[in-house]
Design a protein around this ligand. Structure first.
Ligand SMILES: Cc1ncc(COP(=O)(O)O)c(C=O)c1O
Length: 358
């Protein structure tokens, strides 16, 4: 018998979150961002679940786009990192993938090659990771016009650095830079909005928004959880209580003996650890739940197990399932306790944990 540790994926909640994104996107259409294995939820299942609603998908790289084709779906797929090799452009053309070209090298591969995929240009408006500087766009478009490939240019993409921080002026600054940079090509499309941008009042989303984390119920906004923003949790991570024991006052549990019981404490060991992707930095007091009752972690997370304090759950029995995150305990809350963000937790669940879909 395999252990009962599982990530349950609620595909109906995923679809509702996509509808929330669409409603917030106004006149813009929304491409569903399903990179990193659908943020850890399974790219094939997620893409299939959204197939009737999402006119396009977005992924980081070619392998992920091919997984969408393997799932039997024919929508256009945007490759947010462009292509990693010259030959990938032919795959893009044949498969209907739309790379976002961000460098002179990628431009060169296009202009000097035979493949003529539809594509986007990435504009660096201040994130300074990828993209062409605004003042170079005219020469980039000129290179395409002279060398070939200009006909495939769909439009321009940029990405915000601080949209999660509603108090930051940077999103408005980046938007202004983007508008000015692309004004010479009013017939081409524009795409700016990650999930956070859907929650910024007055933020233009132009032709295509690109929601990712919000589809999975995680919060894109600092200081607010997904449910507080009207999003539904999609993944419930559960693991069984393997054993129950009693710590005497003064006894410790786990590596480093970091938790010492102040009084007699009924505790349980749960069959999940950092080898499953549960964050090792989630320390004592990180919330979990059992039978709908909130409990807390105690001590250090091990590779294959962690300890919980069962004082609040006197009815808990061996074999009961502990919710590590889901509807009772928000993934955003666990992320905060672990000093990270829901994105990292959701994408970090390892292959050892089976995904179950409903
Ligand atoms: C270019 C780009 N667009 C959209 C997204 C989706 O962002 P989020 O998950 O914050 O909605 C990402 C994610 O990293 C991205 O890199």
């Amino acid at each position: 018998m395999p252990r009962a540790t599982v990530a349950r994926i609620d595909l109906a909640a995923l679809r509702r979150n996509f509808q929330t994104a669409r409603a917030r996107a106004g006149a813009a259409r929304s491409m569903a961002v399903v990179k990193a294995d659908g943020y850890g939820h399974g790219i094939r299942q997620v893409a299939r679940a959204l197939a009737d609603d999402a006119p396009k998908f977005a992924v980081a790289c070619l392998e992920e786009a091919l997984a969408i084709r393997e799932a039997g779906l024919s929508q256009a797929v945007v490759l947010l990192q462009g292509v990693h090799a010259r030959g990938d452009l032919a795959d893009c053309e044949h498969q209907g993938f739309e790379p976002v070209l961000h460098s002179r090298q990628q431009l060169d591969w296009l202009v000097r090659g035979q493949a003529r995929p539809a594509f986007w240009l990435k504009v660096n408006t201040g994130m300074n990771r990828l993209g062409f500087r605004p003042d170079t766009l005219p020469s980039v478009v000129e290179t395409l016009a002279v060398g070939g490939g200009r006909a495939g240019l769909l439009g321009f993409v940029t990405h915000f650095a601080c949209a999660d921080d509603t108090g930051s002026p940077m999103t408005a600054e980046q938007t202004a830079v983007f508008e000015a940079a692309t004004a010479a090509w009013p017939d081409l499309m524009k795409s700016v909005g990650n999930s956070a941008a859907h929650f910024l009042p007055g933020q233009p989303l132009y032709d295509w928004s690109r929601p990712g984390i919000m589809l999975y119920g995680g919060s894109p906004v600092i200081g607010q959880t997904g449910p507080e923003l009207g999003l539904q949790p999609v993944m419930t991570l559960e693991a069984p209580l393997m054993t129950i024991r009693t710590l005497q006052a003064g006894e410790s549990v786990g590596y480093g003996a970091s938790f010492v019981a102040e009084r007699e404490t009924r505790m349980g060991m749960v069959a999940i650890g950092y080898g499953d992707g549960y964050p090792r930095h989630a320390g004592t007091d990180t919330p979990a739940a059992i039978n709908g009752q909130r409990i807390r972690l105690i001590g250090r997370v091990s590779m294959d197990m962690l300890a919980v304090d069962l004082t609040n759950a006197p009815g808990a029995r061996e074999g009961d399932l502990v919710e590590l995150w889901g509807r009772t305990v928000g993934v955003d809350d666990v992320a905060r306790c672990a000093g990270t963000i829901a994105y990292e937790l959701l994408t970090g669940i390892t292959a050892r944990v089976p995904r179950e879909y409903r």
